[in-house]
Every structure is written in structure tokens, then in C-alpha cells.
Write a protein that binds this ligand. Structure first.
Ligand code: 5AD
Ligand code: FES
Length: 350
């Protein structure tokens, strides 16, 4: 294992068979060396500074029917909501005073929010908070739509590819969704100058080690500015209700491998990771992640944005995720900073 880890550290890439060997053979004994290497790269590039993004879950209506997702359109039990423009702006106001300089507007693919409405939202946020970055996470759109949002001021876009293998993609999604279209979106987003994030679920149903190696190699080639990964967590009202949740260790291994492959990428320790283990996000940071995304949605809707069961940060006590995470990060020697946290490409000789 040590040779493979050292090779990955030096070359920032491995062959597919080597990635599979690494993923399949890491143990409680060998993984700490990987975590340490990844952490050393993060510390070299970011020090002990952790970037925050304020997550605003503004609609849980969705026209799609992904088999894993709790807000899929077939879920009649989901209590649907939409935030008004005023509610969204007041989340930003609250967030700004809490030190957030990035707002992530995330939602289902909700046709109610026309391009006009999204562009107006982005424009209004950027006008009120010109020193903040706006990230969109609203799914697959036409290139024209992406261009409009960009012109309205959107800086970044999150769109996980979910799996880089077309057959596996087909097992996670109904036939009207395709990996080819997802890839089309990602290429266009990058081409339009968005700082682009992609990613996948760890241990999603039918996922093989080889699929994960394919995900890693796709990400290396695509070279996104951000990569979000978290364990699959079953939702009781979906076709995948009875599949087991993803493994903490495997998720941590993958965070470290991603850090060694993309030394400058922005890698969040995700809410899903915090959901499967009480210190999941802390462990994610210690495995090489450098971003956290506290929930800024109004407390009253948080439970309704239920992509998976037992999602954390939804209770009344979670009114200020920002402070909760600040304490959590301090305990492990890291500081949340007041900063947009833009991507910075590698310097020569890095
Ligand atoms: N478990 C974990 N992650 C999920 N997502 C959706 N449903 C689940 C689930 N059941 C992730 C997807 C999506 C992101 C917004 O949330 O990867 O891209
Ligand atoms: Fe949300 Fe701790 S981060 S409650």
C-alpha cells in the first residue's frame, strides 16, 4: 500500500488497476498513512483554513425521479415547499452577518423557477452582496440557461456526475436521464467560466470498485474546481430504501485519494458524511477536505429537504450550524475563515 500511496502522492494519478488495488486493500492499518499524506497536501495549500459555504435549499419540488433521492417526483409523502425571493434574500442577510461570503442556491429541478426567476435571484444577491460568490446547484439546464445565469452573476455551479459509468448511471436513474447529458452540462458549465463542481455518492447501489476508479479517472480528466462526495444514505420512500448506507472508511479513503489527485481542489466534508457518523465531517477534514457547508435554510423547511434519512442539521437546535461547525473545526485545530474561498490554480513548481 505504501508504494501505491507514495506513487499517487508524487504523480497525482494512478492507473485504473492501481486505484482498484488501493481501494480494495486499504485497511485500518494502512489508511492512516494515506490520510496523513492527503492532509499534508491540504495543509500545504490551505493551511488550517476551512472555507464555508452557506447552503440555501430553496425548493424541494423536482421533476426528476432519481431512484436514490428523497425529493424525487414520485415521492408523494414529501412535503413540498418553495422559498420566496424575500425569504432567500433574508437567508443571505443572516448568512452575511454570520461571515458567509459564498451562498449556494440548491434545489430540485423545479420548473416554477424559470430562467428569469433564477437570473433575477442571482442578480439580486450579487447586487446586495457584491463581495460574495453565488453558487448554483439546480441540475441539468440548457447551455443558454447556464449562460444567462452566468451573465446574471453566478460564479460557480455544482452538478455531481453521480457515476462515470453509463450502465451504472442507468441503474441509479430512470431512462429519461443520461450520463451523456450530464457530461454535456458539465462541459458547458466549465466552458462558460463557472468554477465547476462535480462528484458522486460512495457505495451507491450496484457500485463496484471499478466504477469508483472510473469516477476518479473521469474527475482527474475533467479537472473540476470542486468535488463533492458523500456516502449514499437510503431514504425510506425511494426504490433504494433497503440498500445499506455507504461506509465511512471508504468515503474517507476517497477524499484522501481525491486530494492527492487534485491538490488544489475545493473538497467539502459533506452533510451526508456527518449523517453516517457523529464526527464524520471532522474525519473528512482530517482526511484532506477543506470546505464545510453549513445549512442556512430557514429552520422550518430543513426537515423537508430530505434527500436521505436522518439528515443532520435539521432540528431546532441547529439554528446556527455556523457556530456548531466553528466549534467542531476548532477542536481539531482548524479555523473557519470569512472568505469567498475561490479556487486558485496550482503555482508552478508546486
Ligand atoms: N444519499 C446520499 N446522497 C444523496 N444525494 C441525493 N440523494 C442521496 C442519498 N440518498 C446527493 C446526490 C446529489 C446531491 C445533491 O445529493 O449526489 O447530487
Ligand atoms: Fe449543523 Fe452542527 S453543523 S447542527
Amino acid at each position: 500500500m505504501k508504494e501505491l500511496i507514495d506513487k499517487l502522492y508524487k504523480q497525482n494519478i494512478l492507473r485504473k488497476d492501481e486505484l482498484c488495488a488501493l481501494l480494495d486493500n486499504l485497511t485500518a492499518k494502512s489508511a492512516p498513512y494515506l490520510f496523513e499524506k492527503a492532509r499534508s497536501v491540504t495543509n500545504r495549500n490551505f493551511g488550517n483554513r476551512i472555507y464555508v459555504r452557506g447552503l440555501i435549499e430553496f425548493t424541494n419540488y423536482c421533476k426528476n425521479d432519481c431512484f436514490y433521492c428523497g425529493i424525487r417526483k414520485s415521492n408523494r409523502n414529501a412535503k413540498r415547499y418553495r422559498l420566496t425571493k424575500e425569504e432567500i434574500l433574508s437567508c443571505c442577510e443572516n448568512g452575511y452577518s454570520l461571515g458567509f461570503r459564498t451562498f449556494v442556491l440548491q434545489g430540485g429541478e423545479d420548473p416554477f423557477y424559470t430562467d428569469d426567476k433564477i437570473a433575477d435571484l442571482v442578480f439580486s444577491i450579487k447586487k446586495a452582496y457584491p463581495d460574495c460568490a453565488v453558487t448554483l446547484s439546480i441540475g441539468e439546464k440548457s447551455e443558454e440557461s447556464y449562460r444567462r445565469f452566468r451573465e446574471a452573476g453566478a460564479d460557480r455551479y455544482l452538478l455531481r456526475h453521480e457515476t462515470a459509468n453509463p450502465e451504472h448511471y442507468g441503474k441509479l436513474h430512470p431512462p429519461e436521464l443520461s450520463l451523456a447529458n450530464r457530461m454535456r452540462c458539465l462541459e458547458q458549465l466549465k466552458g462558460l467560466g463557472y468554477q465547476t463542481g462535480t462528484g458522486f455518492m460512495v457505495d451507491s447501489p450496484y457500485q463496484t470498485t471499478e466504477n469508483l476508479a472510473e469516477d476518479l479517472l473521469f474527475i482527474k480528466r475533467f479537472d473540476p474546481q470542486m468535488v463533492g462526495i458523500g456516502p449514499f444514505v437510503p431514504h425510506h420512500d425511494t426504490p433504494f430504501a433497503d440498500f445499506p448506507a455507504g461506509k465511512l472508511e471508504r468515503t474517507l479513503h476517497l477524499i484522501s485519494i481525491l486530494r492527492l489527485m487534485l491538490p488544489n481542489a475545493l473538497l467539502p466534508a459533506t452533510t451526508a458524511l456527518g449523517t453516517i457518523h457523529p464526527e464524520g465531517r471532522e474525519k473528512g477534514i482530517l482526511a484532506g477536505a477543506n470546505v464545510v457547508m453549513p445549512n442556512l435554510s430557514p429552520v422550518g423547511v430543513r426537515k423537508k429537504y430530505e434527500l436521505y434519512d436522518n439528515k443532520i442539521c435539521t432540528g431546532e437546535e441547529a439554528a446556527e450550524c455556523r457556530f456548531c461547525l466553528q466549534n467542531r473545526m476548532r477542536k481539531i485545530g482548524y479555523e473557519i475563515v470569512v472568505d469567498r474561498g475561490d479556487y486558485r490554480p496550482a503555482k508552478m513548481n508546486d
